[in-house]
Write a protein that binds this ligand. Structure first.
Ligand code: ATP
Length: 252
């Protein structure tokens, strides 16, 4: 399986605070779920992969490029789509304006920007609302718009930080359909979430983070198989995940 991004020995932090320590991760084609308790470092890792935070230690490789300078970060950014947990937008922008602006930020060439914008808006099913102002859209439509902004220009690596927060059940099902389509189109998607059901529904692999490290990696069925008798959780995957977290607490 082709590796789209690779992190080796990553150290990351804010000021004097160390948040990620010696983290190693390979990101391959398909959908990787990133699970972990609050504060584990998931957002910090996604921001590093998005080349927003330069690694303090270790290396980040995107495609064939080792990203060790601002110039190289700019070069690979075209290949990366990032949807932050709380993404900002101008409420007066239309859907089209917003996605086109994101295409410009990503460096999509001007000659391709219109077609790329129209395609991304079509992908998330918002073509008929293309001229609607963002302030008139529902929360679910705003999220879809955010996904359009992350995929415009067809990046290979798509990083989604808790994209289903606040969505109703029907919108979450729609979201899963979009993720499955991205997988079919040969993308590498990293999905940070607290919703184990989303991982069970769409992820090929799971990485569990705790205290700034990846503490477990494998397939969802392998995570489910870690469940110990009497483990908390409503689904097999939740029971496996809770057992892993419990085991970690005992081990520390
Ligand atoms: N800008 C910042 N300045 C200082 N500390 C930060 C900053 N951003 C995050 N942190 C700290 O870094 C640690 C990791 O945060 P991060 O947001 O990466 O975790 P997370 O796994 O995404 O958490 P959550 O599930 O709550 O979103 C936390 O202890 C957090 O308080």
């Amino acid at each position: 399986m082709e590796t789209v991004a690779e992190v080796r020995g990553l150290g990351q932090g804010y000021g004097r605070r160390q948040v990620i320590t010696d983290l190693n991760l390979d990101i391959q084609l398909g959908v990787l779920g990133l699970l972990g308790p609050n504060g584990a470092g998931k957002t910090t890792l996604l921001q590093t992969l998005a080349t927003i935070l330069p690694p303090r230690r270790g290396t980040l490789r995107i495609g064939t490029e080792v990203v060790d300078s601002a110039r190289k970060a700019r070069r690979v950014r075209r290949e990366i789509g990032y949807l932050p947990q709380h993404f900002g937008y101008y409420p007066a922008f239309s859907v089209y304006d917003f996605v086109r602006y994101c295409a410009w930020l990503r460096g999509v060439p001007e000659s391709e920007a219109h077609a790329a914008t129209v395609a991304a808006i079509g992908f998330v099913g918002l073509s008929e609302r293309s001229d609607a102002r963002l302030k008139t859209l529902s929360g679910g439509m705003i999220r879809r718009c955010g996904i359009a902004s992350a995929i415009v220009g067809s990046p290979r690596l798509i990083l989604l930080d808790e994209p289903t927060v606040g969505l109703d059940p029907a919108q979450r099902l729609e979201f899963r359909t979009l993720i499955r389509r991205l997988r079919r189109e040969g993308k590498a998607v990293v999905l940070s979430t607290h919703l184990v059901e989303d991982v069970a529904a769409v992820c090929d692999r799971v990485a569990v983070m705790a205290d700034g490290r990846v503490t477990w990696q494998g397939r969802p069925d392998e995570l489910a198989a870690l469940a110990v008798p009497g483990a908390e959780g409503d689904t097999a995957l939740e029971r496996g995940y809770m057992s892993l977290l419990g085991a970690r607490k005992v081990a520390v």
